[in-house]
Design a protein around this ligand. Structure first.
Ligand code: FES
Length: 572
């Protein structure tokens, strides 16, 4: 079965510029003939498949099989699949942080989609920064796109305890630092945390963004939660390939799907799952690519009316496979129906409301997905803060923090950088007490690419004494799998002269989550005096890191490049 392609679609799209379009088409067909494609094949709609696999990316280990499944779906539906490489970002195997490369992956994906002939694209990602990067690219190119993820890992066990990456990684490491686990025991735990292919199996950044992507309509229903390596995961991939071909015939573009309504649906799910603080930055970046206003106050407004419904670590006690068995995101959306904009369009062609007509309510036998009248936790899982320490905003994951620290006043201990913190945090001469507020600066977008080092470890001597949580404040991020009274994303960051740069050891800091405040209790005249002493840090002077430091926006704007907003134009 073939279908006639127009002059500007299929293989005739994005022609190489030789000054003679007919020559460009002829020579393109000639080279593709060497790969076994005849003229008849090249009449089909073309679906590009963005590959983010790598030997360095264990979260994407099943990607070759998933991509074969997507290709099968494309071929079954009469399309022609072309797989193309982009970048692969693995959270644990990249230095200093994958966040430094999220925008690079977004740029590479955008440019490869623009530069190569395709009528639709399937974006295969999974590990934390890959899905937001691919959505940012899709938003900018505005070619029909389907998101597919590799899916979460299955859980493992140690000494009868069920466990998984990486909330339990942190819990056991904390116990090891406190002297409760010896070297042999922590080595055994290490071998039990990541037992299969796939992404972290708690509600970390990868799972959060997968759930939000499905809620926003850019992924087929049920696509966020099937574990890696399962038939459910592969059938989603086949169906996504078929869907992409359908999108070439009935185009529904990212700009039709990623609207303010669908983004707010994504924020609603973010709050209901007790998701990662990182999602706030990613959703802000996607909105900025589309010219959609999505402010910190929008996140706050949604957080106020959406309770915690999903029992998944770190805010709950379960894992992603439990959420999948309980019905996944479709059943969660059914529970959230009164709080969603059901008119939002999805890649299926149906509105969210139409899709939910086919979804049953949560089953009685499960307790992972709760109802609005019997939630797992209160509203306000993520709280956006403002105050003299963060005039443009900061965030705390209240659902995964100690309740007694949500109103706290204490003296600051300041660390100048992540390296400084690593060197001195356990130094007994600092005489840190549980009441101190640990301040980390120069870890924001411009200074350091915003690594996930905001959840500073509890000083060893306090951990050994049983202290499990303290107030920590920074311009860094933290892993979605982490927990604690950790104030993140202080904006503007210290490196560009934000108030965090003015804090000195011993200054009193006040956190008041119910008032949404984070304040430095130092008088204005003294702060102005300190401002005159500000010396910006030295920034990278070559390559991508220089470009990044010169052009990255602040956290509340999505930490995207300033030249990639909705109004920035390309050659094509
Ligand atoms: Fe890839 Fe956690 S390291 S999702």
């Amino acid at each position: 079965m073939t279908e006639k392609k127009s002059e500007s679609s299929g293989i005739n799209k994005s022609l190489t510029s030789y000054g003679d379009p007919e020559f460009s088409k002829y020579i393109r067909r000639a080279f593709l003939a060497s790969a076994g494609y005849d003229r008849d094949d090249l009449q089909r709609p073309i679906v590009g498949i963005a590959d983010t696999s790598s030997d360095y990316n264990t979260c994407h280990r099943q990607m070759p099989e998933i991509i074969e499944a997507v290709k099968r779906g494309v071929l079954e539906a009469g399309g022609l699949p072309f797989v193309f490489p982009t970048l692969s970002l693995h959270e644990i195997l990249m230095s200093p942080t994958t966040m430094l490369f999220r925008n690079l992956l977004a740029m590479v994906t955008e440019e490869m989609i623009r530069a190569q002939p395709m009528d639709a694209v399937v974006l295969v990602g999974g590990c934390d920064k890959t899905v937001p990067a691919q959505l940012m690219a899709a938003a900018s190119v505005n070619l029909p796109a389907v998101s597919v993820v590799t899916g979460p890992m299955m859980t493992g066990s140690w000494q009868g305890q069920r466990l998984g990456a990486c909330t339990d990684c942190r819990r056991f490491w904390g116990d090891h630092r406190a002297g409760k686990l010896d070297e042999t025991q922590i080595a055994e735990v290490e071998q039990s945390l990541c037992t299969t292919a796939g992404t972290c199996m708690v509600m970390g950044s990868a799972s959060t963004m997968a759930c939000a992507t499905e809620a926003m309509g850019m992924m087929l229903p049920g696509g966020a939660t099937p574990p890696s390596g399962t038939g459910d995961r592969l059938r989603n991939a086949v169906a996504s390939g078929r869907c992409a071909v359908d999108l070439t015939r009935n185009p529904r573009r990212p700009s039709d799907i990623l609207t303010r309504a669908s983004l707010l649906n994504g924020v609603t799910v973010l709050m209901a799952v007790g998701g990662s603080t990182n999602a706030i930055i990613h959703l802000a970046a996607i909105a900025r690519r589309l010219g959609i206003d999505l402010s910190m106050d929008d996140f706050h407004e949604v957080a106020q009316r959406v309770p915690l419904l999903v029992d998944c670590k770190p805010a709950g006690s379960g894992y992603m496979e439990d959420l999948h068995r309980a019905g996944g995101v479709p059943v969660l959306l059914k529970q959230l129906e009164p709080l969603l904009d059901l008119s939002a369009t999805t890649i299926t062609g149906e509105t969210l409301g139409q899709l939910l007509e086919h979804v049953p309510p949560a089953a009685d036998w499960q307790s992972t997905i709760r109802s609005l009248d019997n939630p797992l936790g209160p509203t306000g899982a993520l709280v956006t803060l403002r105050g003299s320490l963060a005039p443009d905003g900061a965030v705390i994951k209240a659902a995964a923090a100690s309740a007694e620290l949500m109103s706290h006043r204490g003296p600051a201990i300041v660390f100048e950088s992540p390296e400084d913190a690593a060197e001195r945090i356990d130094d007994p001469s600092l005489k840190i007490t549980p009441d101190h507020v640990l301040v980390l600066r120069n870890a924001g977008p411009v200074a350091a690419g915003m690594p996930e080092c905001g959840s500073l470890p509890i000083p060893r001597y306090l951990a050994e004494a049983g202290v499990r949580d303290m107030v920590r404040i920074s311009d860094a991020r933290m892993s979605g799998t982490a927990f604690g009274a950790v104030v993140l994303h202080c904006s503007p960051e210290a490196a560009i002269g934000g108030p965090l740069s003015l804090v000195r050891d011993g200054d009193m800091i006040e956190l008041n989550v119910s008032q949404r405040r984070i304040d430095l209790l130092v008088d204005k005249a003294e702060l102005e005096r300190r401002r005159t002493e500000f010396v910006p840090p030295t920034l990278p002077d070559r390559g991508w890191q220089r470009l990044y430091a010169e052009h990255v926006t602040q956290a509340h704007q999505g930490a995207d490049m300033d030249f990639l907003g909705a109004t920035c134009k390309t050659l094509r």
